[in-house]
Design a protein around this ligand. Sequence first.
Ligand code: XBP
Ligand code: MG
Length: 258
Amino acid sequence: MALKALLWDVDGTLAESERDGHRVAFNRAFEDAGLPWRWDTGYYGALLRVTGGRERLLHDMAARPDAPALADERLRLAGDLHQRKNAHYADIVAAGAIALREGVAELIDEAAQAGIVQGITTTTSRANLLALLQRHLGAQWSQVFAVQVCGEDVAAKKPDPEVYQRALSALGVPSVEVVAIEDSPGGVAAARAAQVPVIVTRSAYFANDTVENVIAIGPGLHTRSSWRPLPSTATEGRVRLDDVRDWHTRMELVSHHG
Ligand code: XBP
Ligand code: MG
């Protein structure tokens, strides 16, 4: 079965965008709203288990005595904070504070040149995707990705498989001819529930989490070392499209129990 398409997760996979991007932007939104709430790096790691920025805000508010008591007031506040957060995130990205992870742009280029169809399968908002990719891939970024399924396009966010199911049906490619690149257990669960084979590039916030039934897991696309399984071709340099094809052909399922 030949590899036809690559589906990219965004936060943690294309970029380490959480700690110095979204988290900082949330804190600026709290400050704008005159709220004393601040999310430190450790606490934010725990909050990341809740996917979706608005959902994360609501989850946090549920444990705060100074949050609005009424559910619809909380919803309104979460919506407002989330909008402000995304505006701050766009500013942070535009200022160049969030780089693409090493090896990402190279693999995107290589895949595009080889005629592999590419798509985005993310929980993040479309505005955040646009800010990040416009900054790093330029105005043409949208042409590189034949399908872009974002947080607002689904009824249920990851770990629900909807984001992957929507991408697959838009592309018209069977799931076994696709590889997803993900960093989090929730992202892996979403892809696997849609029968999409997954490669995991470990990110800072999910460095040691349990990950099951993926075709490869490693520290990032910047290196071929420390991957399981190891690429069968070369051992040095970054991960290339041939390595992805190799993992896809072998379809050896590996797990890491954190
Ligand atoms: C990661 C997420 C998002 C981001 C923040 O998505 O869970 O919620 O943390 O973005 P993925 P929003 O790894 O699937 O790209 O505030 O726009 O949700
Ligand atoms: Mg992710």
